[in-house]
Write a protein that binds this ligand. Structure first.
Ligand SMILES: NC(=O)c1ccc[n+]([C@@H]2O[C@H](COP(=O)([O-])OP(=O)(O)OC[C@H]3O[C@@H](n4cnc5c(N)ncnc54)[C@H](O)[C@@H]3O)[C@@H](O)[C@H]2O)c1
Length: 231
């Protein structure tokens, strides 16, 4: 049993991951820019913060982290507005890279103040980091950055015995994804014939951080896509 910091905990895979840790008896620091995580548990501490603001994240963790520290970090908060070479703007560029890349770094650095040998980090990338997705010019690039940061951080933190891995989901049934209106059609082209449930992706966060079985897996990003993307 330990303490997990989960970002994006108010929705989709972040919420499913927070619930997964709670169900297994862990303490959870659920961080989101949204004020309501939609979860209630006496072992859950809700932290409202924007991960783009490194100082705010650091202060919030200093305030809320238990003395026993953080055993797992799940960097799940992310945004995926469509962009093309015709439609991108400075503002969209900043939003996508500031949340998906800088935000992940901010959370990781702040959490490291509270992490000890044996703890682990999981970064959410996407299959779009590996294959081209139409209309996701900047999102795919931001997630490719997450894959590389995962490798660099694994190397940097290995001497501290902190492992860093990634998860690259394909289509997952989340509120953010449902809002794109493309999910039903997408399911038809996935070899396993369906999109993933958030809980089965959360299970992989557990495998990589809490299960005790992945102690020699480090710097890797696991693709979970129902054979939609293979590498
Ligand atoms: N849904 C999919 O099919 C899919 C596929 C591949 C990768 N991903 C990635 O998985 C992660 C989770 O996706 P999801 O569909 O569950 O997300 P979602 O859109 O359902 O939820 C994302 C959460 O992140 C929070 N968030 C956004 N910006 C934030 C910020 N600046 N600071 C703090 N919190 C912020 C939102 O408030 C929201 O609660 C994302 O990184 C996404 O890019 C999703």
């Amino acid at each position: 049993m330990g303490t997990a910091l989960v970002t994006g905990a108010a929705s989709g895979m972040g919420q499913a991951t927070a619930k997964m840790y709670l169900d297994r008896g862990w303490q959870v620091l659920g961080l989101d820019v949204a004020d309501d995580l939609g979860l209630e548990d006496r072992r859950l501490t809700a932290i409202q913060a924007d991960i783009r603001d490194g100082a705010a994240v650091r202060q919030a963790l200093a305030e809320h982290t238990p003395a026993t520290g953080i055993d797992a970090v799940a960097n799940i908060a992310g945004v995926y507005p469509p962009t093309t070479i015709e439609t991108y703007t400075d503002e969209l560029f900043r939003r996508i890279f500031d949340v998906n890349v800088l935000g992940l770094l901010n959370v990781t650095r702040a959490a490291l103040d509270h992490m000890s040998p044996g703890s682990a980090i999981v970064n959410f990338a996407s299959v779009d980091a590996f294959t081209v997705s139409p209309g996701q010019l900047l999102y795919g690039a931001s997630k490719a950055a997450v894959v590389m940061l995962t490798k660099e951080l694994a190397l940097e933190l290995a001497p501290r015995r902190i492992r860093v891995n990634g998860i690259a989901p394909g289509w997952v049934d989340t509120p953010g994804n449902a809002a794109t209106g493309r999910m039903t059609q997408a399911a038809q082209s996935i070899p396993l014939g369906r999109v993933a449930a958030p809980a089965e992706i959360a299970e992989w966060v557990w495998i990589l951080t809490g299960s005790g079985t992945a102690g020699f897996v480090d710097g890797e990003t696991v693709v979970i896509s129902g054979a939609d993307v293979m590498r």
